[in-house]
Design a protein around this ligand. Sequence first.
Ligand SMILES: O=C([O-])CC(=O)C(=O)O
Length: 166
Amino acid sequence: MAAFATAEACDSNAELISNGDLRALHPIFKIYGQRRCFSGPIVTLKVFEDNVLVRNQLETKGEGGVLVIDGGGSMRCALVGGNLGQLAQNNGWSGIVVNGCVRDVDEINDCDVGVRALGSNPLKSTKKGHGEKNVPVHIGGTLIRDGEWLYADSDGILISKTELSV
Ligand SMILES: O=C([O-])CC(=O)C(=O)O
């Protein structure tokens, strides 16, 4: 995929920004994974300290998509670790954004996938299978809908209602 720059995308899409179709997430995420720059259509998940749905989703073909996980901002355990990072890479996900924590950071950093999360915590999550898929989630000051597009690079993360021509 051609490299893009989120700053450039903001400058050249002022109208989309003013009407709310292009939004920047608040700068609350840390950068993990090999891909500092990634983009794709969004699949949303809403879970709380339980990552069964995360694994189920990453076991499917990603086809260049980005999994956006609203973990409610919990800092008490990790929703994604090295195994799931590897699964995401092998199944063709371009990235994972977690409103929550990751673990096995060194392993995730070896994976060919972009990962953003609030931080890391070595504790694993529960495995009950609770949560919702393909629902609107509220992360980093913006509402994110399943099927919208995400663009991430070193400057930050953009959410766009439609695919941008970059
Ligand atoms: O299964 C988990 O809880 C997450 C994890 O450690 C991994 O992906 O390796």
